[in-house]
Design a protein around this ligand. Structure first.
Ligand SMILES: Nc1nc2c(c(=O)[nH]1)N[C@H]1C(S)=C(S)[C@@H](COP(=O)(O)OP(=O)(O)OC[C@H]3O[C@@H](n4cnc5c(N)ncnc54)[C@H](O)[C@@H]3O)O[C@H]1N2
Ligand code: MOO
Length: 416
């Protein structure tokens, strides 16, 4: 059997970086900038007031107190957005609002609370040090400085910084596009009354969600029947790239790869550039991957990478986590690996020797930062409920069999 690490490397080699596109910053959320972004302007762009108050010369109000306020004539009213350049004459004050440009000659702002709030004349009841309540041009970022380094993922605050710098669009990797195929005659759409032996399709919905959560784009292709010819016809349309889905970076299937009599994926793809292997892991043992080329493709056609996951829902989702998510994210310049950490096991666990086990677990971190993990649900791969309650996968190495409560194990955190 192939090791998990070897299969992960072989799958990752199928992936290539997606093209770069220029995207409006609001639409670039969750994507990584491909180049350093330099500030074209300074922030702030001009000296401005940090408070609603009065722009003054600090030396002129030095002796102010409640009993002996300094009285100044107010000669200007500066609101945020005034664009004319002003000068503060000696023995005068300008009423000024937060964010409004500081007049030349002023070297401090007195907050309105330390004054009588006068409009034509103002009484200032407290001294201010030079520089008080002034936000200097470039004190946040100077024009020419690096605002974001290449690879930074855009969250709300990074989008805010780009907007403040007047950046409208940024170059980012195009979303990695995955066509998600579900096979199986037993699979039905929601809303249908199930007959005995039928089930609601769930892998397609789950894997599409997983692709989107990872930052990619997913197109579901549901309910491909267990028919090799029809299955191949669907694939061929995708490989040609002339279907409604456009460019396809990966075809992801689930089901139909083990040892049964109706393994449509295996039957359709064997001999077409796809290799089927057993990976030493639980869940997720039967796996396949390769580059699919249609029969009539001319030599040299690049084909489309394909990963075939096992059909059991927990196997499909765990396999996605281990084999597909990391290279998918790397192809978009996004941090690939989930956070791994050590945690103390709350219960005894058994693991099949010779297979790396990924058990569902709930990790709890106490206020001191110490983590414990409780395994939940049995190891078998149809227990979707327990997967849905887990926040981590417990990664038990292939050479371990019995792991006692209290042991320290490695966990993969599934919550962002
Ligand atoms: N004789 C053997 N039988 C099995 C082996 C084996 O080595 N020898 N391996 C077992 C393991 S481990 C797994 S995992 C599964 C993998 O089977 P397939 O990938 O061929 O998947 P299917 O047989 O098509 O389906 C398995 C199971 O999952 C359900 N399923 C499939 N697709 C969906 C979907 N889109 N939504 C919801 N549920 C789905 C399907 O109904 C089956 O219950 O094989 C074992 N058997
Ligand atoms: O390997 Mo299967 O994925 O255990 O259920």
């Amino acid at each position: 059997m192939r090791s998990v690490a070897d299969h992960a490397r072989i799958v990752a080699d199928l992936f290539s970086p997606t093209p770069i596109e220029s995207v409006a910053i609001a639409d670039a959320l969750g994507r990584a900038v491909v180049d350093d972004v330099r500030a074209a302007v300074s922030l702030p762009g001009f000296d401005n007031s940090a408070m609603d108050g009065y722009a003054v010369r600090a030396a002129e109000v030095a002796g102010s107190s409640t009993d002996t306020p300094t009285r100044l004539v107010v000669t200007e009213d500066i609101y945020a957005g005034r664009t004319d350049r002003l000068r503060l004459d000696p023995d005068t004050a300008h009423r000024i609002m937060t964010g409004a440009p500081l007049p030349d000659g002023a070297d401090a702002v007195v907050a309105v609370e330390a004054t009588d709030g006068g409009v034509e004349r103002v009484a200032i009841a407290a001294p201010v040090a030079e520089g008080t309540s002034i936000r200097r041009a470039g004190s946040d970022i100077a024009a020419g400085d690096t605002a974001l380094t290449a690879g930074t993922v855009l969250h709300a605050s990074q989008v805010g910084l780009l907007a403040a710098l007047g950046v409208a669009q940024v170059p980012v990797h195009a979303p990695f596009h995955v066509v998600v195929l579900s096979t199986g005659s037993e699979l039905m759409a929601p809303g249908v009354d199930l007959e005995h032996g039928q089930i609601y399709e769930s892998n397609g919905a789950m894997l599409c969600a997983a692709v989107r959560e990872a930052g990619g784009r997913a197109t579901p292709v549901h309910f491909v029947p267990d028919d090799v010819e029809q299955f191949r016809a669907r694939l061929d349309a995708m490989v040609r790239g002339d279907g409604p889905a456009g460019r396809v970076d990966l075809i992801l299937t689930s089901g139909g790869v083990s040892a049964g009599a109706y393994e449509v994926v295996k039957d359709a793809l064997s001999g077409h550039g796809v290799e089927f292997v057993k990976v030493a892991m639980q869940p997720g043992m039967p796996q396949g991957c390769g580059t699919y080329r249609a029969d009539r493709d001319t030599a040299g056609s690049p084909g489309v990478p394909i990963v075939t996951l096992p059909g059991n829902p927990v196997s499909a989702q765990v396999s996605f986590e281990i084999f597909v998510r990391p290279p998918l994210r790397a192809s978009m310049g996004l941090p690939a690996a989930r956070v791994r950490r050590r945690a103390r096991l709350t219960d005894d666990m058994r693991s099949p020797r010779g297979k790396e086990q990924f058990r569902r677990g709930v990790v709890t971190v106490d206020p001191d930062g110490a983590a414990t993990v409780q395994p939940i649900g049995p190891p078998s791969s149809h227990h979707l409920r327990f997967l849905a309650s887990a926040n981590a996968l417990i990664d038990i190495p292939a050479d371990a069999a019995d792991v006692a409560a209290g042991s320290v194990v490695e966990v993969i955190l599934l919550d962002p």
